[in-house]
Design a protein around this ligand. Structure first.
Ligand code: 4FL
Length: 223
C-alpha cells in the first residue's frame, strides 16, 4: 500500500520510522511518501499561508501550493484523498479496514486555522476527524491514521492480533497479564493459569462484556 502525506512540517513524521511501521516500510509492505507542501509554492518568499478573507484570527493555508502538490503526486486521482480536520467524519475501526483495502491513500494535513475551502472542494474525497478536540495541525491525526491502517495491511502484524483486539468483535478487549504471577499482592486470575482453554475463552468473553458495559456502553447498543 502507498501512503502520501502532504504537510508543511515533514519533520513531524519522524515517529513513523520506529517499531512496527519501520519494519512495514523496510519490507516494502507499505510505502510512505512525505511531501513538503512548501516545495510547491510559487510565491517568491515561499509563503504558503495568508490572513483569512472576512477577517478573524490566525492564518489559512493557500490553495495554490496544496493544489500543485496534489497534482504532482496524484494527477490521475488514483489515491483516496483524505483531509484531517476537526469537522470531519469521526475515524473508527471500520474506516481503518476500508482504507487498508485501498491501493493508495493521500493524507492532507492542515495547520493554523485550516486550509482554503477550495482546496477541499476541488481535491479532497473525505474529511476525517480523530476526535472532538482541536490540535495545532493535522499531522498527529495523520500519523494516527497511518498507524491504524498499516496494522491492517497484509503481513504487517499477525492475523491473530487483529482478530482478538478491541473493537474487532464490537467490544473492548479483556484484561491481559504476564509474569510475575503476583505483584504487590495482586494475583493473576486463577483461570488464566489453569490451562483450560474453554474456561479461559469464557472468562475473557465475560470480561470483555463487563469492561465494555462499564467504559463504553454505547458499543453494546444495537446488540
Ligand atoms: C484533525 C483534530 C483531525 C482532530 C487542528 C487541525 C484535527 C485538527 N482530528 N486540529 N487539525
Amino acid at each position: 500500500m502507498k501512503i502520501d502525506i502532504l504537510t508543511l512540517f515533514p519533520e513531524m513524521f519522524a515517529p513513523l520510522k520506529q517499531s512496527i511501521l519501520k519494519r512495514a516500510t523496510d519490507s516494502g509492505k507499505i510505502e510512505i511518501n512525505i511531501i513538503d507542501i512548501r516545495d510547491y509554492t510559487t510565491d517568491k518568499h515561499k509563503k504558503c499561508d495568508d490572513t483569512p478573507f472576512g477577517g478573524g484570527a490566525g492564518m489559512v493555508m493557500m490553495v495554490q501550493p496544496i493544489a500543485d502538490a496534489i497534482n504532482a503526486v496524484d494527477k490521475d486521482h488514483t489515491a483516496k484523498r483524505i483531509y484531517l480536520s476537526p469537522k470531519g467524519r469521526k475515524f473508527c475501526q471500520s474506516m481503518v479496514r476500508e482504507y487498508a483495502s485501498e491501493e493508495r491513500i493521500l493524507l492532507l494535513c492542515g495547520h493554523y486555522e485550516g486550509v482554503d475551502q477550495r482546496a477541499i472542494d476541488l481535491f479532497i474525497d473525505e474529511e476525517v476527524s480523530i476526535g472532538d478536540y482541536v490540535l495545532t495541525g493535522g499531522e498527529i491525526p495523520a500519523m494516527a491514521v497511518v498507524d491504524a491502517v498499516a496494522r491492517y495491511v497484509d503481513g504487517v502484524i499477525t492475523k491473530e492480533s487483529l482478530d482478538e483486539e478491541s473493537f474487532s468483535n464490537g467490544k473492548l478487549e479483556y484484561p491481559q497479564y504476564t509474569r510475575p504471577q503476583e505483584y504487590m499482592g495482586l494475583k493473576v486470575p486463577e483461570v488464566l493459569l489453569s490451562g483450560n482453554h474453554g474456561e479461559i475463552k469464557k472468562w475473557r468473553e465475560e470480561q470483555s462484556y463487563i469492561i465494555t458495559e462499564k467504559m463504553r456502553p454505547d458499543l453494546l447498543k444495537g446488540e
